[in-house]
Write a protein that binds this ligand. Structure first.
Ligand code: NAD
Ligand code: WQD
Length: 337
C-alpha cells in the first residue's frame, strides 16, 4: 500500500518523502508547483536512489485526484499541500480559503469515494492563539489572528466532523511549531520565493549576501533578552514525526491533535548567536519595531507526541543551524531557476 503525499515537493514534504522512503514506505507524490519546483524531488530520488511516482496536479482538481486514486493502491494520505504565507493570506483571504479549506474538502471527498479514510494533516501551532505556554493539545484553539491560521483551524474542525460522521476515519492533526534546518546532506532545504517572511530563511539570505541585514522584530517583549521566543524544530525530526504518525493512523481510528515541537524555547537573539557559531562571524542585524500579530513566546508540550507516537525531537538548535547553513552555503540561490 502506498502513501499519497500532497505538497510533497515543498520544504517539509520533500524531507518527509526522503524519511518515508528510508523507512521502506511506498509513496506517490502530488504537487502543483505553486510554491515549489521539481528539483527537490529529483534530489530526494538521488539521495535514496529510488524513482518516485509523481503527479503534477492540484488538490482542487477532483478529476485529477480520482485518476491518482485509480492508478495507485493508496491507503493513507499525508496532506501538506497548502499556502502558508500569513501576510499574503491577509491580502488574499479567498485564495487561502479556496486552496487550503476547499482543496482539503475536495481531497477528502475523493478519499471517501475510494474508501481511503486515513489522513495526516499539516496543522500549525498558530491555532493555539493566545493560550499560555507550553501549549497542550487539550487547550481551546481557534483564537487566530489571520486567515492562514483560520484555514488550519477550520480544516482541523472539518476533519474532526468527518471522524464523528464515520468512525472508520483516522485523522492525525500534526501541529508543527517552527520547522527550520535541512537534511544533513545539504541537498534539500527551504527555498522561499521573494523576501523571506520567516526568521531562519532571512538569516540565511543575509549570511550569503542576498540581504543586507536582519531586522529583529522587537527587543521589548517580556522575555529574558526581550526578543520573541519560539520552539524551533529540525525539519528532519519533523519528517520522522510523520513516519510515526502514519504508523499511528494505520492502527487507530478517530481524530487526534498532536504537537510536533521540541518543548524548548529559543529567542531570536539566541538563534542569531547559535547561527554565528557555524557562520564563523557576526551576523549583521538591527533592532526593529515589533511585527504586528507576533506573540512574545510559543513552545510545545511534547508529552502527547511521546506517548502516542513514540516520537521526540533529538536535534538541538546547533544542529539546526549547522544543517541550515550547509544547505544555504552550498545552494546560495536555493534550487535556482
Ligand atoms: P511549502 O510551501 O514549501 O510546501 C507546500 C507545497 O504544497 C508546495 O510545494 C506547493 O506547491 C504545494 N501546494 C500548495 N497548494 C497546492 C494545491 N492546491 N495543489 C497541489 N499542491 C499545492 O510549505 P511547507 O513549509 O513545506 O509546509 C507544508 C505544510 O505545513 C503546509 O500546509 C503549511 O501550512 C504547514 N505548516 C508549515 C509550517 C512552516 O513553518 N513551514 C508551520 C506549520 C504548518
Ligand atoms: C520567528 C521569530 C519574529 C523574521 C510563522 C507563522 C506560523 C508558522 C511558522 C505556518 C518571531 C522573529 C522573524 C525576521 C525577526 N507557519 N523574526 N525577524 O512568526 O513564529 O511563525 O511561521 O504555520 O503560522 O506565523 O515564525 O520565523 O516568522 O518568526 O525578528 O525577519 O523571529 O518576530 O519572534 P512565526 P517566524
Amino acid at each position: 500500500m502506498a502513501i499519497l503525499i500532497t505538497g510533497g515537493c515543498g520544504y517539509i514534504g520533500s524531507h518527509t518523502c526522503l524519511e518515508l522512503i528510508k523507512a521502506g514506505q511506498d509513496i506517490v507524490v502530488l504537487d502543483n508547483f505553486y510554491n515549489s519546483k521539481p528539483e527537490p524531488l529529483h534530489r530526494v530520488e538521488e539521495l535514496c536512489n529510488t524513482k518516485i511516482k509523481f503527479y503534477e496536479a492540484d488538490i482542487r482538481d477532483e478529476a485529477a485526484l480520482c485518476r491518482i486514486f485509480e492508478e495507485n493502491e493508496i491507503d493513507t494520505v499525508i496532506h501538506f499541500a497548502g499556502l502558508k504565507a500569513v501576510g499574503e493570506s491577509v491580502e488574499k483571504p479567498l485564495l487561502y480559503f479556496e486552496n487550503n479549506v476547499g482543496g482539503t474538502v475536495t481531497l477528502c471527498r475523493v478519499m471517501n469515494k475510494y474508501g481511503v479514510k486515513r489522513i495526516v494533516f499539516s496543522s500549525s501551532a498558530t491555532v493555539y492563539g493566545h493560550n499560555p505556554v507550553p501549549y497542550t493539545e487539550d487547550m481551546p484553539v481557534g483564537d487566530v489572528t489571520n486567515p492562514y491560521g483560520r484555514t488550519k483551524y477550520m480544516v482541523e474542525e472539518i476533519l474532526r466532523d468527518l471522524c464523528t460522521s464515520d468512525p472508520e476515519w483516522s485523522v492525525v492533526l500534526l501541529r508543527y511549531f517552527n520547522p527550520i534546518g535541512s537534511h544533513e546532506s545539504g541537498r534539500i532545504g527551504e527555498d522561499p520565493n521573494g523576501i523571506p517572511n520567516n526568521l531562519m530563511p532571512y538569516v540565511l539570505q543575509v549570511a550569503v549576501g542576498r540581504r543586507e541585514r536582519l531586522s529583529v522584530y522587537g527587543d521589548d517583549y517580556p522575555t529574558p533578552d526581550g526578543t520573541g521566543i519560539r520552539d524551533y524544530i529540525h525539519v528532519v525530526d519533523l519528517a520522522l514525526g510523520h513516519v510515526k504518525a502514519v504508523a499511528y493512523a494505520r492502527s487507530h481510528t478517530g481524530a487526534e491533535a498532536i504537537n510536533l515541537g521540541t518543548g524548548r524555547g529559543t529567542s531570536v537573539l539566541e538563534l542569531v548567536h547559535a547561527f554565528e557559531k557555524v557562520y564563523g562571524k557576526p551576523l549583521p542585524y538591527v533592532i526593529a519595531p515589533r511585527r504586528a500579530g507576533d506573540l512574545p513566546e510559543c513552545y510545545a508540550a511534547t508529552d502527547k507526541a511521546r506517548d502516542l507516537l513514540g516520537w521526540e525531537a533529538t536535534r538541538n538548535i546547533d544542529d539546526m543551524c549547522r544543517d541550515a547553513w550547509k544547505w544555504q552555503s552550498e545552494n546560495p540561490m536555493g534550487y535556482g531557476e
